[in-house]
Design a protein around this ligand. Structure first.
Ligand code: ZN
Length: 192
């Protein structure tokens, strides 16, 4: 089999191998690379600008219609988190505190166990966690969260491992994500 060149680059008109044409949709490698790089830079710039302003009703509408519940939650979480970083916990609404407490609990514990959850900035929200879980409807985690709050300064490694194991017993990624998404959707006026 010989490689055919039956078309040319849409941008610079260089002859293209057919397999390159198929892969890039009609661009030579140089032009394809340049175009992708420019696209990524544009998206990043948009995201940077986007991070500076609060959520609008249009953003929230987009979040509620998203079928990617994780990405939708993370978008709202990102806003609440940057508000927390810039203006401190007292600037947050109850729903923002709730989202931060629950998302960081699941994120950090799934990632590195209760040890990591308490060791990172998320541990500062452990005092809010039982009430936050109740608000979101993740009631099966409430006893665990109360125990974490009560014992957070006195636990040794074994106790932390035991709590991590207990976290994963009822863990259902889809149920967790659905509950948090529904909570966000039902509290628009505290996120926008
Ligand atoms: Zn080209």
């Amino acid at each position: 089999m010989t490689a055919q060149r039956t078309s040319t680059c849409r941008i610079c008109a260089r002859p293209l191998f057919d397999f390159v044409e198929k892969k890039t949709g009609g661009l030579c490698r140089g032009c394809a690379h340049k175009q992708a790089t420019e696209k990524v830079a544009a998206v990043r710039e948009q995201q940077d600008r986007y991070a500076e302003r609060p959520l609008t009703h249009e953003d929230f509408e987009m979040v509620c219609q998203s079928t990617d519940l994780e990405a939708a939650c993370h978008l709202v979480f990102g806003k609440a988190h940057s508000k927390w970083s810039k203006r401190g916990p007292s600037a947050l609404t109850i729903s923002e505190r709730t989202l931060l407490a629950v998302e960081t609990f699941f994120g950090e514990t799934c990632n590195g166990g209760v040890d990591q959850y308490l060791g990172n900035e998320s541990g500062k929200l452990a005092k809010d966690l039982p009430e936050a879980l109740l608000r979101v409807g993740l009631t099966s985690y409430v006893p665990l969260a109360i125990e974490i709050r009560q014992r957070q300064r006195t636990m040794n490694e074994d106790a932390l491992d035991d709590l991590t194991n207990r976290f994963f017993e009822p863990y259902d990624e889809h149920a967790f994500r659905r509950a948090l998404f529904d909570y966000i959707r039902d509290h628009e006026d505290e996120f926008v």
